[in-house]
Design a protein around this ligand. Structure first.
Ligand code: ADP
Length: 260
């Protein structure tokens, strides 16, 4: 499993622009082990998306080295799936067609990719909606379809950039629990960017807090909640426990101080 370990050594990112360089990410050392659920929180503009895009291979580090297992990240790769903030489904394809698109591009035969798409549709609770077009689905359903479209490629690492940010509270909570179940059952590594400390604490085994510009990781906190073990899927009831509230306060204070 060490092949999936993500290792950043001195990774930084500076953007060039007309008004001069912007250091979005200061040199960062970070190791993410297989099976971790790591959330990244911090004030707007602190480099969360930059970090995720570096991990995704959409951006190149300005300095340092970024490895997944023994391999240097040199671009997007099939072992890393990315779920964006807004669903990016193809409007001219059915939901099933969208999910089959990745396997089709990889040359997976029709029967196999159809079966995989059906499994994914069931997994995200859209078994009845495979024939629909994206515009016929609610925002929450589109986001579930997008997650299915990423999962069907069986990435070992899932990178998520505020995937539930635009959803109503109820849908968001439902998808959070579904995501935790998936993470448990499929044994994935997840890196999850969010504005919400509550969401980060509820989902994660570890939370990174980033400071405002130049962005850097200022807190790296293990999250242990009542009832946690190696198999349990957290229940929303845990958010009412004193342990949860204490972690939330601790991290919110760190973010506030990072901002000041
Ligand atoms: P976050 O996701 O935490 O809001 P970002 O990673 O999007 O932060 O941005 C970090 C900083 O880098 C911000 O100051 C932002 O304005 C700047 N930035 C992001 N993308 C670019 C770009 N393509 N060119 C120049 N500056 C950028």
């Amino acid at each position: 499993m060490a092949r999936d370990r993500v290792v950043l050594a001195g990774v930084s990112k500076t953007y060039a622009s007309d008004t001069g360089p912007t250091v979005a990410l200061s040199p960062t050392d970070l190791v993410i082990d297989p099976g971790e659920f790591v959330s990244v929180v911090g004030p707007s503009g602190c480099g969360k998306t930059t970090l995720l895009q570096l991990l995704g291979g959409f951006l190149e580090p300005s300095t340092g080295s970024l490895l997944v297992g023994a391999d240097r990240v040199e671009g997007p790769g099939p072992e890393r799936g990315v779920v964006f903030q807004a669903p990016t489904l193809y409007p001219w394809l059915s939901v099933r067609g969208n999910i089959e698109f990745g396997p089709k591009c990889r040359g997976v035969d029709k029967k196999t990719r159809r079966a995989a798409a059906e499994r994914m549709l069931a997994l995200v609770g859209l078994a009845e909606f495979g024939d629909k077009r994206p515009y016929e689905l609610s925002g929450g359903m589109q986001q579930r379809a997008q997650i299915a479209r990423v999962l069907v490629n069986d990435p070992r690492i899932i990178l998520m950039d505020e995937p539930f940010g635009a959803l109503d509270q109820l849908t968001r909570e439902r998808l959070q629990v579904e995501l935790l179940r998936l993470w448990r059952e499929a044994g994935k590594t997840i890196v999850f960017v969010t504005h919400s400390v509550e969401e980060a604490v509820f989902l994660s085994t570890r939370v990174l807090v980033m400071s405002a510009r130049p962005g850097r990781v200022i807190v790296d906190r293990r999250i242990q909640l009542p009832g946690d073990d190696d198999t349990a899927v957290r229940d929303l009831a845990v958010t009412a426990t004193p342990e949860f509230q204490a972690l939330k306060t601790e991290l919110a204070t760190a973010i506030y101080e990072a901002h000041a």
